[in-house]
Design a protein around this ligand. Structure first.
Ligand SMILES: Cc1cc2nc3c(=O)[nH]c(=O)nc-3n(C[C@H](O)[C@H](O)[C@H](O)COP(=O)(O)OP(=O)(O)OC[C@H]3O[C@@H](n4cnc5c(N)ncnc54)[C@H](O)[C@@H]3O)c2cc1C
Length: 458
């Protein structure tokens, strides 16, 4: 597909966000402006942010022949605070993009080991028709670099060291590009009729377009640190601790702890917490220290073996920013709060949403600017809602009522932990590993549960 020669003002199109009274963008209109930075490149689509959401969107668009510009403020490889764990759903997305996961550096997992109520139970990933039966770990230092390079190899124009500073809009308030600080530190304007915001939790472009975070959704935080531990590093299971207590208060941690093997002599160890507003603040560092002090000494998870500082970041979850499409702007991944409210997992979700967004964009670009193009773009939020709407709604409710108050202890109690079959079904619910149409009893039960949730509201 050819890039448009220029970016004329777009006709007014009906927009649910505007109709619903969404705030006006905090931008200057796309009229000749002496203060606007000089023009840089043009494309059919600009993707801001080359994390899993942005790089995957660019892969799918480029493979479909779309001229896509992928802007990333960092230079790869770079660190990103994460647990580095992928469930089979995430592996499935990598395979769909043709990423080589057989090369060195990928660590396969067979399943999860849950530790709770004085027991530990290992559960293999289920053998489903749709998803592979293994998970993966890889540090985000490498992972994001691989994906971004894959986008470039697929045909996307990757521009590193480019920080988007704000949207450019036309007179109708529709996005037509972004202003940025270029790799040389100078201001520059990039133009495209469609923009994908994939900037992670900062959500800068979305906020500048007036799309604020939903204050009803609690914001989780998580912290992680790398340790050298040759013994744990080759473990075939992702280990999850569900009955940790907060340091100082002694209350249940409203989340869980993890030890994810990286296969390179290191493990990624961390804690995630979704505190209810009554819970008070949680000292993740002290809670981590307290937990690690309980672990066997020969595991070596101590200060001497620490391979990084402890770093934390926010987890935007449960669709906490919407609409996911508005006025030429699509939000993908953490920018749209797409982290699963059940597990805190967000890489698979970012990659899957990226594929759905790209499909909608490819269809939209076959149509002239206007209502019919917008109709095609509205398929993106509609499809996300169809796939995950009920599941996320139920997860948000479980988060409000259970996880944010008591963590996972109530559902992983002694009864459940002593029944591996039940625990395996629960694990499938937490990691969204069920098939529809159902293949087994667990699928039947889980699908029935999720389908009982009404799909209205947000
Ligand atoms: C401690 C912790 C542990 C986690 N563990 C896991 C886990 O084990 N498994 C899992 O699936 N998920 C995990 N998550 C969640 C996961 O990290 C995110 O859901 C995922 O990174 C979302 O991808 P994204 O592409 O939307 O955003 P990001 O990964 O944040 O990528 C955004 C990109 O945009 C770039 N960017 C930002 N602003 C601009 C700008 N203005 N201009 C240009 N570029 C910009 C950033 O540099 C970055 O490269 C964890 C999160 C945390 C905090």
């Amino acid at each position: 597909m050819r890039p448009p020669a220029q970016n004329p003002p777009t006709p007014q199109t009906p927009d649910p966000a505007t109709a619903a009274g969404a705030p006006e963008p905090r931008t200057s209109p796309d009229t000749p402006d002496a203060h606007e930075p000089p023009d840089g490149e043009e494309a059919q689509v600009i993707v801001v942010g080359a994390g899993p959401a942005g790089a995957s969107t660019a892969v799918h668009l480029a493979r479909a022949g779309v001229d896509v510009l992928l802007l990333e403020k960092s230079r790869f490889p770079r660190d990103k605070v994460c647990g580095d764990g992928l469930t089979p759903r995430g592996v499935h997305q990598l395979l769909r993009m043709g990423v080589d996961i057989d090369g060195p550096g990928w660590m396969r997992s067979r399943g999860m080991r849950w530790v709770c109520a004085g027991r530990q139970v290992t559960i293999d990933w289920p053998d489903l028709g749709r998803y592979p039966d293994f998970g993966l770990t890889r540090s985000r230092h490498d992972f994001d670099d691989i994906l971004a390079r894959h986008a470039e190899a697929s045909g996307a124009r990757l521009r590193l060291g480019v920080k988007a500073t704000g949207p450019v809009t036309d007179r109708a308030g529709r996005i037509t590009g972004v202003t940025a600080t270029g790799p040389d530190g100078r201001p520059v304007t990039y133009r495209a009729p469609l923009v994908v915001a994939a900037e992670g939790a900062s959500a800068r472009t979305a906020i500048a377009m007036g799309l604020e975070r939903d204050p009803r959704r609690a914001l989780a935080t998580a912290a992680r640190r790398y340790y050298r531990s040759p013994e744990l590093s080759k473990d075939e299971y992702l280990e999850l601790w569900a009955d940790l207590r907060c340091a100082r208060t002694g209350r249940d941690l409203p989340g869980y702890g993890w030890i994810f093997p990286l296969g390179d002599g290191r493990v990624n160890v961390g804690l995630g917490a979704l505190p209810h507003r009554d819970h008070g603040t949680i000292d993740l560092r002290a809670t981590l220290d307290q937990w690690l002090a309980r672990l066997p000494r020969h595991w070596g998870l101590n200060e001497q073996n620490a391979d990084s500082p402890l770093r934390s970041a926010a987890l935007p979850m449960g669709f906490n920013r919407h609409p996911q499409y508005s006025r030429g702007l699509l939000l993908v991944g953490d920018s749209a709060g797409m982290i699963s409210p059940w597990s805190g997992e967000g890489i698979a979700q970012a990659m899957e949403a990226a594929e759905v967004a790209a499909e909608a964009v490819v269809l939209a670009l076959t149509r002239p600017d206007g209502p019919r193009r917008d109709q095609a773009l509205q398929r993106y939020p509609a499809e996300i809602r169809r796939r995950w709407g009920r599941y996320y709604r139920l997860g948000n409710t479980a988060g409000d009522l259970v996880f944010s108050r008591f963590g996972y202890r109530p559902i992983l109690n002694g009864q459940v932990m002593s029944r591996p079959g039940l625990l395996a079904s629960l694990a499938r619910l937490l990691t969204h590993l069920m098939e529809d149409p159902p293949r087994d009893t667990a699928d039947h039960v889980l699908n029935t549960l999720v389908k009982a949730v009404p799909l209205r509201g947000r």
